[in-house]
Ligand binder design. Sequence first.
Ligand SMILES: [Fe+2]
Ligand SMILES: [Fe+2]
Length: 336
Amino acid sequence: MKRENVIGRANVEDTPELEAYYASLEGEALGALWNVANEIEPWFPQPKSVPILWKWRRIEPFVRRAPELVAAERAARRVVMLVNPGRKEWSAAAGLLYTGVQIMNPGEFTSAHRHQASALRFIMEGRGAYTVVDGERMDLGARDLVLTPNGTWHDHGIDASGTQCIWQDGLDIPLMNSLDANFYEVHPDIVQKPSGLSRENWSKPYSPVFKYGWEESYKALTQSASHSQFDGKVYEYKNPLSGGPIMPTIGAQLQLLKPGEETKAHRHTGSAIYQVAQGRGWSEIAGQRFEWEEKDIFALPSWAPHRHGAHEESVLFSFNDFPAMRALALYREEPA
Ligand SMILES: [Fe+2]
Ligand SMILES: [Fe+2]
């Protein structure tokens, strides 16, 4: 029990009589709120996720080893997950977001499936990767972003003429599971026949654009007029029809930091997972400093004060659960 000597907060002293009462409540699947109230209604968010940086040079050997040990079709998705030490039971990298690094060899493919979780992938390296989403085939290169929104059929693979490919997957699996709203289905065909996708009268709750190529996105970032003292220059990947986020639960953005630039600290509800697309720099999260370079991945827990700096011109890719937070009117932000 966490007692607080503040009016409006629970502050009940244990007595033998009360302890006996609590024990009998438990036997009836009941409980005394005042014993847990201060814990389950904290003054501000108390994420179990910890700030963490996964250095690419530490992850890479494990990722490269996976294809030697497990066949792509047996694994279904051959992925090394990034697991936050505070969120193991949810397989989350931070908060309600999952991330992993997937590796495929030329000629390999995954079977088509769909799920309630929304997903994106940010290509890290390789040639010949493709994803088919609801019948539309997209060829992918380094730093391209591709969406597989909730409920879309998708499969992916590497052309036989390609090279070993690696990408980062980002999904809201922990959110779906904490809402008890997850579903998974396999497609009647092993892989989809690319057929093209009609976007007439688009009424889906996600972007009709599934692929955001690196060249155009980087160009849009450098030309972006939006500069924030907390984030540097920002380009948000958007649904061009609504002007809103790419998917109902997941948003994504690029940040450009100039050499020597240091942003001001802020904090907000919602978590984010970053991948360093280019450059070298650092982020300070909840008082911890993390030095990062290209392909490093780091996790920002909800409400943790954070700021970024760059040793050289750097681009940070990140995805977040802000659209889910905003849809539920839970998004809050303040300087920290
Ligand atoms: Fe999937
Ligand atoms: Fe932020």
